[in-house]
Design a binder for this molecule. Structure first.
Ligand code: GUN
Length: 290
């Protein structure tokens, strides 16, 4: 049995996100009062996956609520890689566009790597261009960094979670979350273990974690007896189980064991979008000299 002696804080990612968005909105309105144009994010959707369509609507709504422009480029699922690259290229050359996000996943015929590599690094608000990702790997300063990992780091900071010397375990090795969050935690002087589907005795590895990040998309993989008492538990996964959205962590099970836990709704998600807005504003500033 897990030891349940801990007061667990359920992270209010939405409240934290709203605080940051308020600051971003103030900054955008100051630029407007100086007669400058609004920052602009372009989102590209290839195909008609309903989840992706809903995600990009959420991103566009978030932009307009802080006074930013959002434009959308829709391509059919049958679009060729060349056609997607042409859209990216046009957005690269559109001076009124500050950030470009191509929603993933892409249809099989289109290489996510080739598309990311085609984005102007100055507009790479998803931080998936090899130069942006490489700068993080090499420990160089980056104005733009991966949105979900940035959101996770902001949550850890807000809750005073010490990274220095901590054991951090990351489940999942995706380009968009697992790899960049591991590098950011390492940069924060945590000792990082990256786990994945072939990791042996995942439960024992997780039990060592002072900071546990689950970003693998396996419903309720992390159970109460996987969690070290006092650990900070960050749940990034969202799976649809019979029409119900479920995270990678058994949140109820984490109660009384973890120091903090992010719920699968109103946890990391609102922070990811907020960091996309932050990146778009950073790209705007760098591009326009505002
Ligand atoms: N699909 C799910 N999450 C993301 C994201 O953060 N960026 C992109 N481009 N696609 C996604």
């Amino acid at each position: 049995m897990a030891d349940k002696a801990q007061q667990t804080i359920v992270v209010d990612g939405l409240a934290l996100a709203q605080d940051i968005r308020k600051q971003l909105a103030e900054e955008v309105s100051q630029y407007a009062s100086q007669g400058r144009r609004a920052p602009c994010l372009a989102v590209v959707l290839v195909g008609d996956d309903p989840a992706s369509a809903s995600y990009i609507k959420g991103k566009q709504r978030a932009c307009s609520r802080v006074g930013m422009e959002a434009i959308e480029k829709l391509l059919p699922a049958t679009a060729s890689e060349q056609e997607v690259l042409q859209v990216v290229n046009d957005l690269n050359h559109n001076d009124a566009v500050d950030g470009i996000l191509v929603q993933l996943p892409l249809p099989k015929a289109v290489s996510a790597y080739n598309v990311a590599a085609a984005i102007d690094p100055e507009k790479d608000v998803d931080a998936l261009h090899p130069t942006t990702a490489g700068r993080l790997l090499l420990g160089e300063a980056t104005e733009l960094a991966a949105c979900t990992p940035l959101g996770i780091m902001a949550i850890l900071k807000h809750h005073g979670i010490e990274q220095e010397g901590a054991n951090a375990v990351v489940i999942g090795r995706s380009n968009i979350v697992g790899k960049p969050v591991s590098l950011m935690l390492q940069r924060g002087n945590a000792t990082v273990t990256m786990c994945h589907s072939r990791t042996r005795d995942l439960q024992s590895v997780c039990r060592q974690a002072d900071i546990l990040v689950a970003a693998v998309g396996v419903p309720r993989l992390v159970q109460a007896d996987w969690i070290k008492p006092g650990a900070a538990v960050i749940d990034v996964g969202v799976s649809n189980v019979d029409g119900v959205l479920v995270g990678d962590v058994d949140t109820e099970g984490a109660m009384g064991i973890a120091s903090i836990v992010t719920p699968h709704r109103r946890g990391v998600g609102p922070m990811t979008i907020t960091m996309l807005l932050r990146n778009t504003l950073a790209a705007y500033r760098a591009r326009t000299g505002a």
